[in-house]
Design a protein around this ligand. Structure first.
Ligand SMILES: *Cc1c(COP(=O)(O)O)cnc(C)c1O
Length: 397
């Protein structure tokens, strides 16, 4: 497959893949939504053939259905992976993928800078299952030194929240291979448009598809892409725990993926312009964005993000604290205060009061989070308009 990602996302996931089951000579251009909880069989031999894997067919929507298969195929094509799965949320994608490779007595090495829910799962929930987790800085820390004979998994994010740090995916992949463990990576902030971690040696790419893959702030969904055998194990967990995505939401996700490359390119181009503007603004102390030449992560990011795009997320430290942050948030007419990210509109979040609200002062300090820090999800508006609105809001402090 020599086609580029944008072409693949246009020419996969449509009805043509399913026409063979219908016996018709024409087909809808867009895959319909299969709103059915179950499928009817012609006879007993047909059900035998499907269960035995001798014939293609669907059984029950919690197991698999045409809309999730369509999106899974699109995502596998986009990542240059073997197979893709979609889930009811990013959290179910991540937790069930991890549960499919660890058992009591196993050990995980993870970055400490993670989406809050995933951190909670690793730090607290897995203890109940007898799985130990060591947190170590994946950029400057000794990851190899933390690996034990019972380590089954290395886990990190491609672009870490909220300071947008970028670990070296190839180096971590090598460590995983050397020590015989899996390497899973949450690629939510970057997407396959910016980097395809499977090509750099990761075993599994995970997503909150609620974010850029969905991109319109209208669905909650998750995804995983990887090799056939690993995906087969994870699929069993989706069925067992009941975490499949509904047909209607899977259809919306497929529709969103058609424009993923256009959107992520525009998000990234806009974010770079905004980051450059903010970097020279007198009311701003520091800008965190891996696309800035001044970023300590820039060289590492540039080496891996070969399209020259660095994503739509950036954070800033204002000169000031909570009072100044509140003023800026309240002074922006279209940039809404939204504790999520990656929709089509520019939004702002305040980590110290939302995602990291329950961190102690010491934990906040260790994570580099302050009360003067805002995180922006840069949208698809005209970059000049975003900059003008930010400039006017910063004037108020
Ligand atoms: C939002 C998010 C998640 C969790 O996904 P949900 O779709 O909210 O369940 C996981 N990882 C990252 C990086 C996220 O931003």
């Amino acid at each position: 497959m020599k086609e580029k990602l944008s072409t693949k996302l246009i020419h996969t996931g449509d009805w043509q893949d399913y026409k063979k089951y219908q016996g018709y000579s024409s087909a809808p251009e867009s895959l319909p939504i299969y709103l059915t909880s179950v499928f009817a069989f012609d006879d007993v031999p047909s059900v035998d053939q499907i269960y035995d894997g001798e014939a293609e067919g669907y059984i029950y929507t919690r197991i698999r259905h045409p809309n999730t298969d369509a999106v899974g195929g699109m995502l596998a094509a986009a990542e240059n992976g073997e197979e893709g799965l979609v889930f009811s949320s990013g959290m179910s994608a991540i937790t069930l993928s991890i549960l499919s490779v660890v058992s009591a007595g196993d050990h995980i090495v993870s970055s400490p800078v993670l989406y809050g829910g995933v951190h909670d799962f690793l730090a607290n929930e897995l203890k109940r299952f007898g799985v130990e987790v060591t947190f170590v800085d994946f950029i400057n820390g000794d990851v190899e030194g933390a690996i034990r004979p019972n380590t089954k998994l290395l886990y990190t994010e491609t672009i870490c929240n909220p300071l947008l740090e970028v670990p070296d995916i190839g180096r971590i992949s090598e460590l995983a291979r050397k020590h015989g463990c899996y390497f899973f990576i949450d690629n939510t902030f970057a997407t396959s448009v910016i980097v395809k971690p499977l090509e750099l040696g990761a075993d599994l790419v995970l997503y909150s598809a609620t974010k850029y893959l969905g991109g319109h702030s209208d669905i909650v969904a998750g995804a995983a892409v990887g090799g056939k055998d690993l995906i087969a194990r994870i699929r069993q967990k989706i069925v067992l725990y009941g975490a499949i995505l509904s047909p209607a939401e899977a259809w919306l996700l497929a529709r969103s993926l058609r424009t993923l490359e256009l959107r992520v390119t525009r998000h990234s181009e806009n974010a770079l312009k905004v980051a450059q503007f903010l970097e020279s603004h007198p009311k701003i102390e520091k800008v965190f964005y891996p696309g800035l030449v001044s970023s300590p992560d820039h060289e590492r990011a540039k080496a891996q993000f070969t399209e020259g795009l660095f994503g739509g997320m950036l954070s800033v430290n204002l000169k000031g604290g909570e009072k100044e942050a509140s003023t800026v948030i309240a002074s922006m007419p279209t940039i809404k205060f939204v504790p999520s990210l990656a929709g089509y509109a520019t939004t702002v979040s305040y980590s110290a009061k939302t995602s990291h609200r329950f961190y102690s002062p010491e934990e906040l300090k260790a994570a580099g989070i302050t009360f003067g820090q805002l995180r922006f999800s840069i949208g698809l508006e005209d970059a000049g308009d975003i900059i003008a609105e930010l400039d006017a809001a910063l004037e108020r402090i």
